[in-house]
Write a protein that binds this ligand. Structure first.
Ligand code: HEM
Length: 175
């Protein structure tokens, strides 16, 4: 049983969204062809009318841009945990009580084992599940729309995972 050692962002949630948007705009500025893909995807989905909340799951490429931004530039770079008891982690690592552990989100999300050799390339399409036949997708996650493809469970954790993971699911994605 572990608990978080400190509240990671009780006052900084808007800053996380701002951080993500800043990097997304920077990446789009550096990759003009992706701007066209993004624009065309939005046009195909909502055209010139105003978007509604119901459009959100169908705005697949915009969501891919956000997820790829969070993969490369996660606002929370490490998540702390404190061992409240002596623990044997994964059956082989002895963790004494009161040890503070931090899992490294940045390197996890740039690990070629899970992401392939193009880890340093900004490639939102890696999250686009629209052209992926059934059975070839990664782990299913009910917090993201069906058309989104995720890698192996545990390889993408900008919002952490488990019982203390981010509660801002809808708001953070809609932002
Ligand atoms: C890009 C935006 C965001 C990122 C990357 C993010 C990431 C995270 C992370 C890494 C945690 C720590 C979870 C853990 O300790 O395992 C967390 C917790 C939390 N987040 Fe976010 N977050 C974002 C936006 C938001 C928003 C907009 C809200 C609410 C409006 C929110 C509400 C919360 C709450 C309430 C917790 C604490 C959950 C708990 O302790 O049980 N987050 N978030």
């Amino acid at each position: 049983m572990r608990q978080r050692t400190s509240p990671p962002h009780l006052v900084s949630k808007p800053a996380f969204s701002a951080h993500t948007l800043q990097y997304a705009f920077l990446m789009l500025a550096l990759h003009p062809s992706l701007q066209d893909t993004l624009y065309n995807d939005i046009q195909d989905t909502i055209g010139d009318r105003l978007p509604t909340y119901e459009d959100f799951p169908n705005l697949v490429y915009p969501l891919c841009v956000m997820l790829e931004t969070l993969r490369m530039f996660p606002p929370v770079v490490a998540v702390p945990r404190l061992a409240v008891n002596d623990e044997l982690l994964l059956g082989k690592y002895y963790i004494p009580k009161d040890t503070s552990l931090h899992y490294d989100i940045v390197n996890l999300q740039r690990n070629p084992k899970y992401w392939g050799s193009d880890i340093d390339e900004f490639n939102p399409s890696r999250f686009d599940g629209r052209n992926t036949p059934q059975g070839e997708t990664g782990e299913k996650d009910t917090s993201v729309p069906e058309k989104i493809r995720l890698p192996a469970k545990g390889a993408f954790m900008p919002f952490s995972e488990g019982s203390r993971s981010c509660l801002g699911t809808c708001i953070r994605s809609a932002n």
